[in-house]
Every structure is written in C-alpha cells, then in structure tokens.
Design a protein. Structure first.
Length: 321
C-alpha cells in the first residue's frame, strides 16, 4: 500500500467560496490562550521538550486565496518551502522536485527537513512523491504528519485556533487540551490505528461520531478542507437528504474526487455537536481503520489535536450560538 496523503485543495464550483480568510501568523509567537489558561511559548520544562512553530494559512503566491490548510515554513536541505500539517497523512513526504534540488535521494530521512523556529525533524522515514501542481503553485513542497513527530514522553499539539504547533511533555499537553475546550476523545477512543504506509509505519486518527444521527467512524484530517463522508454509507445517505449547495473537486496527492456539498448537516462527537456543509463523495470504508468519512478543516479550525507516541486527544471549542 502506498503512503496516503490527504491534503485536498478545493476547486470550488459551489455557491459559496471558503468562508473564512485566515491571515498568516507574524514572526513572533505570542502566548497561547486555551480556555482560561495562558500558555507561554518558553520556560518551565527542558527546552528539549518545548518547541513551537507558527502555523500560517497562506504561502508565497501573492494574490491567491488563503490556503485552507495549516502550513509550517521550513527547508529541505537549503531549499525554503512550506509544508502542510496533515493529520490525515500516513507519513512525512516531500515533492520530488524539491528533493532533487536539495540533493535528497531515496531512501530519504526527515533529517533533511528543518522547520522554522522548531529545528530539524530527526531521523524518521520520508517519502518522496509527486505533489499536484496546484499545491506547488502555493509554494508547498511537502507534507508533515504531526502524529509522527513526538518522542516517548512528549506530545505534539496542533492548535488550529491559535495557529501554533507545540511540542510539550505529554502531561503538559494533555492539561492544555483539557483547558482548551470540549474533549471529543474518551479514553477508549484515543489509540491510533496503525497502517502500513508503503513499508513505513503509518498512524491514523479516527473517532466515533454521528452524521444527522447516523453513527459513523470519522478520521481527524487537517489535510481535508471540508468534512465529507462516502456516498455509499448510511451516514452519506443521511447527509444527502440535506439541500445541495453545489459541487466541488477535491484535488489530492493521488486522485481527484468530485463531491456534492450538502448544507447544514448536524455532526456530533460525544457531547460536542455542530453543523457543517458536508461533502458526499465516492469512496470506500478504510479497510484497516474502518472510517467512512473525514472531519475536515471547516470544523477543525476551532480545535486542537494532541498526539503522543501511544495515543491522541482532540479538543474543540463549543460552537457559537
């Protein structure tokens, strides 16, 4: 099985464009507010357990729409680029063109990658793939799978609301997430689903939820611009009863997927609930992890995901009334 990379650039032919235009972060990292707690970017634990990188939502191309996914700046060798922070990716990856420019050959390692304000990524497997031209036009040269970044005793927090990726001791990270908002992952749903990603160990994040009251297993996917379910599932059938707003084309690293967009679909995970315009698209239930849909950035923009070596935690702000 080839590594999967979920980063999807939406070419909208719907009645509405991306609703929220998010600007890039500044060069300095402010304290992060999570609930009533302010978390400083420095001090306290050993610096080896505390790293911070700003997340941005636009790349180098002037005049383009802000990108619908979180990006982090860095380099491959001496080649500057941006990486999509993609919890739906099964492995870290870089585009073949930037690999060639940086003189990185297979079998590649993440030691060739340095993230701004974070540092080198260590010595982990790295896939070399052909990214879609539409991604490269935005200065995207690779994909970071954040669930593959933490070492034993640590956790990586991808805080999409406060636009920051943080490395913390696991106990600190879990406290931050409990202060952030509603925790969507009960203890029995915090384990990764391990997959074979082309000879690499891939880790999938998925939770049990409902779509219009219909139970569904849903992947947590910061590389999907829109929440979507497969059309052959019961959840897809429920979503399809809602008004059609239009269609969009989701362009991924491997294939293009046409989806019909249905408005105002109720989504719930545990005690947390919201509504979203949900895509219904062809596809199959994941053979190893059983998910039949993805919670995308249209919902996750108000959330933070924590990933240790053995488990993950998802917390989201309560939707505005």
């Amino acid at each position: 099985m080839k590594p999967s990379f979920s980063a999807l650039w939406l070419v909208n032919v719907t009645l509405a464009t991306l609703a929220t235009l998010l600007s890039a972060c500044g060069e300095t990292t402010p304290p992060v507010k999570t609930g009533g707690t302010v978390i400083s970017a420095g001090g306290g634990a050993s610096e080896a357990h505390r790293k911070t990188a700003p997340l941005v939502f636009e790349a180098k191309t002037a005049g383009k729409k802000p990108f619908p996914f979180a990006l982090v700046a860095g380099k491959v060798g001496d080649q500057p680029t941006h990486f999509i922070v993609d919890t739906g990716a099964s492995a870290h990856a870089i585009d073949a063109s930037i690999a060639a420019a940086a003189d990185v050959a297979s079998p590649a390692k993440t030691s060739s990658i340095t993230l701004d304000e974070w540092g080198p990524l260590g010595d982990r497997p790295l896939a070399i793939i052909e990214l879609p031209a539409r991604l490269k036009e935005h200065g995207i040269g690779g994909v970071i799978a954040p669930q593959q970044l933490a070492d034993a005793g640590d956790a990586v927090v991808v805080d999409l609301l406060n636009r920051q990726m943080r490395l913390r001791p696991k106990s600190t990270a879990w406290t931050e997430l409990n202060d952030f908002g509603v925790v969507l992952t009960p203890p029995e749903q915090r384990k990764f689903c391990a997959v074979d990603a082309g000879g690499m160990q891939g880790l999938v994040l998925a939770v049990d939820g409902t779509i219009e009251g219909e139970p569904a297993r849903l992947a947590i996917d910061t590389g999907a611009g829109r929440t979507r379910v497969i059309e052959g599932s019961k959840a897809g059938a429920k979503a399809a009863t809602h008004p059609v707003l239009g269609r969009s084309m989701a362009v991924g690293a491997a294939t293009d997927v046409a989806a019909s967009i249905h408005g105002g679909v109720p989504i719930a995970v545990g005690a947390w609930a919201t509504t979203a315009d949900v895509g219904v698209a062809p596809g199959e239930r994941h053979p190893q992890c059983g998910y039949e849909g993805r919670i995308g950035m249209d919902v996750l923009s108000q959330c933070a995901v924590g990933m240790a070596t053995d488990e993950f935690l998802l917390a989201c702000r309560a939707p505005s009334k």
